[in-house]
Design a protein around this ligand. Structure first.
Ligand code: NAP
Ligand code: ZN
Ligand code: ZN
Length: 345
């Protein structure tokens, strides 16, 4: 086993603190990587604090991992030592079910998530650590030319927004709204623009207006003023809702045109409520989406490389991760914290 430094939550009420874990020696189809950077997703906070009521401790969060290959198993032929690689939200799945065969491994009944999960009975630990061993089949290649720190958030925030934008046809002539301008939201803006859509940010107040324009948004609407929402009645083809807490879904539904779509990607612990009339009366589609499969995540990375899309980040030391959680909880992040994992040493 390989002794590895990490940061863990020991319970839902404790701040994250140093913790020693062990990684497995790479077997024939495994790759060992030195973790360079790991993004801080709001899902890390939800789970570290047991907000989804499914947490296992100790928990080493982190599923936006980029690093450098340091060792490979004997059967791994297409990855070499020194390659830049990434790991997203899961590290294994059954490989036999329909969802796995269709490249939607994230919907397998036996997905091993990168942390707060088990892989063949062994607890998984995430990217707030210095190294990780993973099966080659669940590893992504980071295209040359992408800055590694700003690329880390693509492994969750990037694919989570790319997938529904692609599925629901974001592109030229389509009016897309992004609700919530945080880690996922700012990636959704950049990716939807790269796909050619008209993009509007719906945010709680006026504070992020200039920033949204700089990210490429065509319009910005503060949702805390009722007449702003009214002015958008039946306007959008597609809404991607990234909000992490309870909010007024009915107001957002009113902005969607006949037959248009809202896709929830945010997971408010309180759940969501809406009036059935607001989908029925305009034949609106209420959808959800969870990350993306391995092949599609690779496709997203290649798309982002081609369009020069990466995250806007604040690089932090691991010792500042608890402060980062506090700031994220208050919507005060521009637009993703990324941990410099060298600071774990
Ligand atoms: P984040 O960076 O904290 O952004 C969330 C944004 O939601 C905030 O910036 C804020 O935007 C808005 N918001 C927060 N509290 C709000 C409130 N009380 N009322 C209205 N708006 C509020 O979080 P993230 O990392 O982007 O993650 C967002 C959500 O997606 C989380 O629930 C996370 O667990 C989930 N997630 C889902 C998937 C998936 O596969 N479906 C993957 C990753 C993450 P404004 O300040 O602009 O209003
Ligand atoms: Zn995430
Ligand atoms: Zn499966």
């Amino acid at each position: 086993m390989l002794p590895t430094k990490a940061y863990a939550a020991q319970s839902e009420t404790k701040p994250l603190e140093p913790f020693n874990i062990e990684r497995r020696e790479p077997s024939a189809n495994d790759v060992l990587l030195e973790i360079k950077y790991c993004g801080v997703c709001h899902s890390d906070l939800h789970q570290a604090r047991n907000e989804w009521k499914n947490s296992m401790y100790p928990m080493v969060p982190g599923h936006e991992i980029v690093g450098i290959v340091t060792k490979i198993g004997s059967d791994v032929k297409d990855i070499k030592i020194g390659d830049t690689v990434g790991i997203g939200c899961f590290v294994n799945s059954c490989r036999k079910c329909t969802n796995c065969k269709n490249g939607e491994e994230q919907y397998c009944a036996n997905t091993a998530f990168t942390y707060n999960s088990t892989d063949n009975g062994v607890p998984t630990f995430g990217g707030y650590s210095t190294q990780i061993t993973i099966d080659r089949n669940y590893l992504l290649k980071i295209p040359a030319g992408l800055p590694l720190d700003a690329t880390a958030p693509l492994l969750c925030a990037g694919i989570t927004t790319y997938k529904p934008l692609k599925t629901w046809g974001a592109g030229p002539g389509k009016k897309v709204a992004v609700v919530g301008l945080g880690g996922l939201g700012h990636m959704a803006v950049k990716i939807a623009k790269a796909m050619g859509a008209e993009v509007t940010v719906l945010s709680r107040g006026e504070q992020k207006k200039e920033a949204a324009k700089q990210l490429g948004a065509d319009q910005y609407v503060a949702t805390n003023v009722a007449k702003n929402i009214e002015s958008l009645a039946e306007y959008f083809d597609l809404v991607v809702d990234t909000v992490s807490a309870e909010h007024d879904i009915d107001a957002i539904l009113s902005t969607i045109k006949l037959g248009g779509v809202i896709v929830l990607v945010g997971v408010p612990p309180e759940g969501v409520k809406f009036n059935a009339h607001n989908i029925i009366s305009k034949r609106r589609i209420f959808a959800g989406s969870m990350i993306g499969g391995i092949a599609e995540t690779q496709e997203m990375l290649d798309f982002c490389a081609a369009h020069k899309v990466t995250a806007d980040i604040e690089l932090i030391d691991i010792k500042d991760v608890n402060d980062a959680y506090e700031r994220m909880e208050h919507g005060n992040v521009k637009y993703r914290f990324v941990i410099d994992c060298a600071t774990l040493n």
